[in-house]
Every structure is written in structure tokens, then in C-alpha cells.
Design a binder for this molecule. Sequence first.
Ligand SMILES: [Zn+2]
Length: 449
Amino acid sequence: MSDLRTVVAEVLPDARADLERLVRIPSIWADPAHHDDTRRSAEAVAELARDAGAESVDVVAAEGGAPAVIAHWPGPEGTPTVLLYAHHDVQPTGGDEQWTSPPFEPTERDGRLYGRGAADDKAGVMLHLAVIRAFRSTGGLPVGVTLFIEGEEESGSPTLTALLAEHHERLAADVIIIADSGNPATDVPALTTSLRGLVDCTVEVSMLERPAHSGVYGGPVGDALTALCRLMATLHDDKGRVAVPGLVHNTSEAPDMDEATFRSDVALLDGVELIGTGTLVERLWQQPAIAVLGIDAPKVAEAANVLLPSARAAVSLRLAPGQDAAVAQRSLTEHLTGHAPWGAQVTVTPGAAAAPFELDAVGAVYDAARRTFTEAYGQSAVEIGIGGSIPFIGEFARAFPGAAVLVTGVGDPASRWHGIDESLHLGMFASATLAEALLLKELGDTNNP
Ligand SMILES: [Zn+2]
């Protein structure tokens, strides 16, 4: 077998070209206008798996769910099966005109490939396929591989439980590698070991049966939008700490981030303060966070001189590891209904709920991952948390309790996941591909000496 490093380098140009092909498909499953695009995207992934010699390839969907791809490559007798996960759906663009180059026209600038999904998570899809191709050109995979490419991760994976139940046997694996996270720097590999959970809700504040003239009645009669703003203001204390009682807050020993770099990565304006207390790493990975994501109220240009009878807001609460999602949803609801200003009627409709997750990164598989990642990147692998949620991980760990779960990925702090000008660092993509190839080889060798 020729050197894996050389073989991986040889498959990268084609992988990058196919990544560009995938990025050109606007697979925004959350927008029904893009459902056909998401189906096209699943078909494109299935075709790439077929071309890579998969023994079986299927596009599957649960009732009402997005198309996912399941493909399988058998390994040598007696070797473990590794499930490789990524997702092919993407976030909405947030306004095409704000992008430096159009979001669905992949463009390279300064060693980065720009485009919606270029990092999150079509790079994950192509990372797995590039590894499979590298082994195919050297005589075959060292382990059995099942590729599972989901199509609704950015919508909170509503039908994932159903998919896992329906295809339980086909998805069963000894090791699960989830490529949907990132590294703290482009040359520092990481294993993600903690993820926050998420609950959200819609809260409606009602004050009047119908709009009332703001001049005739204003004074003794309040309006629902002001009441809603006052209610939203109770979600944090003056320091910006989450004020909903009964939530889990953890501390962390992890080395902290550099505040100036963090401020610049997130593009905070001059003079704007960070909120909350504790290290940045604690605030991002180990503490709850609350944000108001949207409000239903008249547009400024259409505002009339009336007291609004009701107003609604979407509220999102990120959960610290160790937090029970149902308890958090209840605490949030009780806080909102218990802080209604001026006797306003408050109705809370709970939305999505995803449990936080913490991995115990011990054992032979994690040791192999640390070794091979360090070898591929030339720097020691570190353990990190992420503030986001990947419902898939908890779901999969519950469905296959015996499997070792590794969370890796091809994002870096400059990738701007979900934001304007999302991009992939191409050098890191190469290191990540080599790291995963070395890991699969080692997993095969250990089990088949
Ligand atoms: Zn993702």
C-alpha cells in the first residue's frame, strides 16, 4: 500500500470539485420552496456514494421528513463497522446581497472556499467520501463503513428518531464519527466532548380584546408590545446572566479563549460589552444562554396610533451539559408566565427540545483518534466543547449505547457557520481528511493485526 498521506493528497482536488458541486445546490430544507433542491442534494450525495463503489446506497425519508442517504461499504472480515455522519442540508443565507460572493457560487479567496454549506456541513460529507476514495484507490477500506448523510439537521432533526428506528440494523456500528463540529484553530485538531442542549418556545402577551386608540386610551391602558419587551427584559439580570431559575450552570478548567480574537471572530462592535460572568469557555460551553430570536409586531412603516392588543416573541434557551431538557422547558415557561407585567395574559407554546451531551472520551478508540489526529495536524489534539446543539449525537448514543462516538469536523473560528460569508479553510480540510483516513486504518489494524 502506498503512503496514505500521498493517496489522500491525490484525492483532494476531486473532493474539492465535488464539494463545489454540492454547494451549488441550495438545500435549505427549512424553507419549503427549497424542498426539491434538498431532494436534488440527497440524490447528488447518493450518486457520489455509488461512484465510490458502495455496496448499497439508498435515499430514505421518514414520514414528512427530509431525504437522507445511507450507503454501505463492507470491510475485511472481523473488522469493526464505522458510521460516518454529516448532513447535506444548509441554513438559509441570511440575505444573499450581504455576501461578498453569492452564497451558492463557491469561490476561493485566501485559501478558503466561500459558500453556504462549504463548511457546515457539505465539507463533512466530502471529507468522508474523500477518505473512502483514498482507500479504494489503495485496495479497499480497512474497516466496514456506513455513510449516513442527514437532510434536516439545520431544522433540528425532527424525524431522526423515526429514521433511526426504521433503519436501526443498517446504521448499527461499533464507532460513530460525526463530522459536524470544528477545531479551535486551523492547525489544532479537536475532539468535541460537550455540546449544549436547546429548548425554545413562542410566548404571546395579550392586553386587550382589540386595538385601542393610543391617544384616547393611552396613559391608563398599556400596550402588549411594551409588556412583551418588559417580559423579555426579565430573562437576564443586569450583568447579562440568565435569570431563569433552576437551570444547570457548570464551571470549566479548560484554557480560556483570547477575548480580543473572540470579539473579532464574532464581529462585535466597538464598545459593546460581553454579557454574563465566568470564563468565555464557561459562558459558551458550560452555562445556559437565552436569546430572543424574533417578534411578531407591526412593521415600523406600518405602525398606526393604536395600543397593540397582543404581541409574540420566539425565545431560545441553550442548555448546559447535565441539564434535563424537559425541566428547562418547564422552568422557562414558569418564568415567563410568572413575570407577566401589568397582569397581562401570557401564553407559552413550547417548541423544540434537544438534550445537552457530554462524551466520556476514554478508551482505545479515543486514544487512536488522539494519536492519528496529532499525526495528521502536527499538533496535539485537544478536547473542546461547543455552544451549539447536535440532536443527532444524543439520539444516536441512545439508539446504539455500545458504540464509541467521536465528534470532529471542519469548522474553525473564522468559518462563520450559519452566518454571512461562511467558508472552509482548505488546508484544514486536507488535514482533517488525512486524520480520518489514519484513524480508520488504525481502527482496522487494531482489530485485525
Ligand atoms: Zn451542521
